[in-house]
Structures are given as structure tokens and as C-alpha cells.
Design a protein around this ligand. Structure first.
Ligand code: OSB
Ligand code: MG
Length: 370
């Protein structure tokens, strides 16, 4: 297929509930959606940016710039027969993984629609339903956190993740465990600690956590390896695994025992698939992370999570957990068994509601092929 046009949209969508982590608080999503057009079809992808360069260095503006001035022109007008072609065309751009994911994902959807195959099937997915959990931000008080956990747990999520940071960690988790002794529980620090905090972090071993996610620096594999040797609780890396090479280094150094794969963080579904291919034969447990995506990014995450190596529940929650109204139809819902159904239709298997997309678009632009 010849990619005829690439459209870039900056969306702002209010969150149902603010999301607070060790790096800040978001009241609304500021995200970038990419459309790729060819032969009368439109494929959709999302570059799941945040309001500022806290989790990732990328922002709406850097994604806009890189997509409009580099990635878009590299791909527009080109013949593409598989998603790997797009990954190759984008390879000369160093970094900017969220932007790459937005464009690559749009072309996975486009190719899937043209071939009548779902993105899950194209990736090698084997599950019809994927196990999902919920990620709960820092709250104003412990009773509020307990109330939120109770609400999500009663909805049937398969596990609960709580954000932690210095001052909101040991005592908070102690109270969570007192109230919810049997809940599969984990904690995500988003790089809020240093190796000098190792004694403090050892106290987390008392709470039977499934894992502690990214306790140390976003690029510090050596310190994570040292910390892992001092903890019983498995370390799961998120921020640190920004590429296939970083995943290999993680395994070689023993920097963690579990990996959270986010296709945006690693620069696309092709790299995500390669990291899965590295980890699965070695028995490294994997799960699919999230970045508060709209239904577009969520659809790609659900497709990825259907691969056989994703053995743990992902940060993939129902549309209603994030937004009053999602921009896809049907929205994503939680099944009674704590899973989400992988759409089986062509491409991402959900349709973009253009009226709602337009209502949340702050601006848009196109890159045409000549
Ligand atoms: O660290 O996993 C993270 C959201 C934005 C950026 C980073 C993270 C998160 C989440 C939310 O934890 C996961 C989700 O529900 O999408
Ligand atoms: Mg994380």
C-alpha cells in the first residue's frame, strides 16, 4: 500500500479522576493521535504523551514536530507491505519512541484493515481475552485510597497497582494489606528512590507484593541489579526498558525479574514484539503497561497483551476508568472474570467516533505525499 496521507491530531481529554504519581498530577490527557490513509482506508495510532516531560522526555510538541517534520515525510508516499517496513523507514530518527509508536500503530491498523486481519493476529496473539488490572495514583489520604481500591476490586480487576513515593509507601501499603489481604497487589515508584534507600525498600518485602515497579533511576540498570539482590520482592522494570538492547541488558545484569512492555516506550509494536520474543523463551514474566491511552492506544495495547508471553495482568483498564466518553466504539469494558476481550475485527477492531474525536481535537495537521 502506498501511504497517501498522514494526519496528526493533538487531543485534550479530561480524566474522570486526576492521576497522581511520584512525578506529578494530570487532570486531563494531552495526547497525539495519528491517522494513516491509503486506498480509502484510515488506520489509527496514538503517541501517548503526557502534559509534560516527566515520565518520558517527549511532549505533545516534540511528538508534533518529529511526526510532522521527520517521521511523516519519511513514510508518506512510501510503499508499505508490512509494519516492519515502517519501523525501517523511521529507524534513522534517534529516540522519540512515543512518536514512532503513534505512526507505526496507525499503519498496523491500516494494514490489518486491508488484509482483513486483526492487529492481535498479525502480532501472533493467541488469547481472545487478556487479564487486566488497575493502576491507582497517589490519593489525598489513605482512607480515600482504600475506598478507591475497594471500588475497583469490586468491579473485578485481576490485580491492583498502587503508586508509591517517599512519604507514601510503607505505612500506606501496610494499611492496604491490612484491609485487602488477598488482593494481588503491586507498587510502582516511577523512579522515586535511590540505592541509598535500599534498607527502606526492603521493608516492602513484608507485604507479599507481586512486584515493585521501577524503584530507581529511569536509566539505572546497575543500581537496579544491586537492589534486586537485596530484595525478595521481584523488581519489574518499566522506564528502564526503552529498547530491545535495554531489555537484553536487564536480563544480562539481573536488574529485574519481570518486564512491563509498553509499545510507546519502546518505539512501536515491532520492538515490543521483539522484546516479547527475547523474554518469552527465557520464562521472564511480561505484562503490558499503559499510559492512560484513549481507546485507540488501548486497542493496540490489548492486541499486544494477547501474545502468549504476557502472563501477568496488564495496566489496561476499562474506558470508563479514564474518560466520561472514549473516542472509540465500542468502548473497552471489563469482563466478569477480570479480563478484557481482544477485538477480533480487522485492524484494531474498534471504530473511531469522528464526532467525539473532533470535539476533543485542539489542532490538527497533515503530511501529504507528493
Ligand atoms: O508508570 O506505569 C506507569 C501512566 C502514565 C505514565 C506512566 C505510568 C502510568 C500508569 C497508568 O501507571 C497505567 C494505565 O492505567 O494506563
Ligand atoms: Mg510504571
Amino acid at each position: 500500500m502506498r501511504i497517501e496521507q498522514i494526519e496528526i491530531r493533538y487531543l485534550e481529554i479530561p480524566l474522570v479522576h486526576p492521576f497522581e504519581t511520584s512525578f506529578g498530577r494530570e487532570d486531563a490527557r494531552h495526547t497525539v493521535v495519528v491517522a494513516a490513509r491509503s486506498e480509502g482506508l484510515t488506520g489509527w495510532g496514538e503517541a501517548a504523551t503526557s502534559a509534560g516531560p516527566w515520565y518520558e522526555y517527549e511532549t505533545v510538541e516534540t511528538c508534533w514536530h518529529i511526526l510532522h517534520d521527520f517521521l511523516g515525510p519519511a513514510v508518506a508516499g512510501q510503499e508499505v507491505s508490512e509494519a516492519e517496513d515502517v519501523a525501517r523507514l523511521m529507524a534513522p530518527v534517534r529516540g522519540h519512541n512515543l512518536a514512532k509508536m503513534g505512526l507505526e500503530a496507525a499503519i498496523w491498523d491500516l494494514l490489518g484493515q486491508a488484509e482483513g486481519r486483526s492487529v492481535s493476529e498479525m502480532l501472533g496473539g493467541t488469547r481472545e481475552r487478556v487479564s487486566v488490572g488497575v493502576s491507582i495514583g497517589v490519593q489525598a489520604s489513605v482512607p480515600e485510597l482504600l475506598e478507591r481500591i475497594a471500588g475497583f476490586w469490586s468491579q473485578g480487576y485481576s490485580r491492583v497497582k498502587v503508586k508509591i513515593r517517599p512519604g507514601w509507601d510503607i505505612e500506606v501499603l501496610r494499611q492496604v494489606r491490612r484491609e485487602f489481604s488477598g488482593v494481588p497487589l503491586m507498587a510502582d515508584a516511577n523512579s522515586a528512590y535511590n540505592l541509598v534507600d535500599a534498607d527502606h525498600l526492603q521493608e516492602l518485602d513484608a507485604f507479599d507484593l507481586m512486584m515493585i515497579e521501577q524503584p530507581l533511576g529511569h536509566d539505572d540498570l546497575v543500581d537496579h541489579a544491586q537492589l534486586q539482590r537485596r530484595l525478595q520482592t521481584p523488581i519489574c522494570l518499566d522506564e528502564s526498558v526503552s529498547s530491545l538492547a535495554a531489555a537484553r541488558a536487564t536480563l544480562a545484569l539481573g536488574s529485574g525479574r519481570i518486564i512491563n512492555i509498553k509499545p510507546g516506550r519502546v518505539g512501536g509494536l515491532t520492538v515490543a514484539q521483539a522484546i516479547h520474543g527475547l523474554c518469552q523463551p527465557q520464562g521472564i514474566p511480561l505484562w503490558c503497561g499503559g499510559m492512560l491511552e484513549t481507546g485507540i492506544g488501548r486497542a493496540h495495547n490489548v492486541a499486544l497483551a494477547s501474545l502468549p508471553g504476557f502472563s501477568l495482568p496488564g495496566d489496561i483498564s476499562a474506558s470508563a476508568r479514564y474518560f466520561h466518553e472514549d473516542i472509540v466504539d465500542p468502548p473497552f469494558v471489563l469482563n466478569d472474570d477480570g479480563t478484557m476481550t481482544v477485538p477480533a475485527g480487522p485492524g484494531i477492531g474498534v471504530s473511531v467516533a469522528l464526532d467525539r474525536l473532533h470535539a476533543v481535537t485542539r489542532r490538527w495537521t497533515v503530511v501529504e505525499s507528493y
